[in-house]
Design a protein around this ligand. Sequence first.
Ligand code: NAD
Length: 332
Amino acid sequence: MTILVTGGAGFIGSNFIYYMLEKYTDQKIVCVDKLTYAGRLSTLEKAMAKKNFAFCRADICDKESIDRIFAEHRPDIAVNFAAESHVDRSIECPDIFLKTNILGTQVIMDACIKYGTSRFHQISTDEVYGDLPLDRPDLSFDENSPIRTSSPYSASKAAADLLVQAYHRTYGLPATISRCSNNYGEYQFPEKLIPLMTINAMNDMPLPVYGNGRNVRDWLYVKDHCSAVDAVIRKGKAGEIYNIGGNTEMENISIVKLILNKLGKSESLIKYVADRKGHDLRYAINAAKIRSELGWSPQTDFSEGLDRTIKWYKENQSWWGELSNSTPEVRM
Ligand code: NAD
């Protein structure tokens, strides 16, 4: 069995590669990554040492390279993590989001059809559903909720989802989609909320919080996302969408205070900054379908996962030091 993983030098893709290499020693993983600012080869250092792992540097929008990789490795399953993933960057420059997230998905699906790949899995996001009001905790999104995007990032992911569904219907591509809530854990690029706040707090630097910090997100430890994707590619039904969530809704400001508390730092480091344009208020995901149909559930409690994450950033300064220096301004 060969599994092709795009975007495997990024945060979730690399965690997925390590999860799969550890769980299935008889399977081959082929990682395809362009190594944008968000992808780092050093993240995959331990995987590189394994015989059943191969790395190909390629852009998923580059048809010829992708065709060559499929012809050589003939993957049984392709999992598409590769994407431009940062909302703020999509607001500043949508073009690359539309190209990679939509056209890149098409290129991978065309290769799957040409080479008879038995499953294509699209990694999507709960952001395709838009947001919910803060005063309606009774509401959440299930797989039939309408698509109602807020940012160029979420619009590009939603467009890709529609294309995946069209490829399933039109060409019979055996495709699945999963829509996950916010992930946190090891190897996350330091522009995202939890690593940014952790690193700034460790260095006694200001912690920039958008607006009043009351925006609510559902959080899932990255390894739990990996086990959910594994369940979907093995047991999920082609043509279906599966929501993945951690059942852990938290306000951004509560997370920031928790990080400061765990690191023994003062809340005076918090600096409220002008809100993000079109900032979604609350995401809440109903993951009942994957729980009941595929028997998946998250295993990591938020406080425990956050402890592990903070410990990892403390112990891996060499990994993020270079990255945060190369990020001209802090973002979240
Ligand atoms: P990331 O930004 O950390 O990693 C993206 C990876 O894709 C990088 O290694 C980058 O080099 C690679 N890449 C970008 N453009 C490429 C291209 N044209 N060709 C080949 N490789 C390319 O992202 P992430 O946080 O790991 O997210 C992975 C996926 O999960 C994305 O599809 C994202 O939409 C989705 N997702 C993320 C979250 C989250 O909380 N991070 C939540 C839900 C869904």
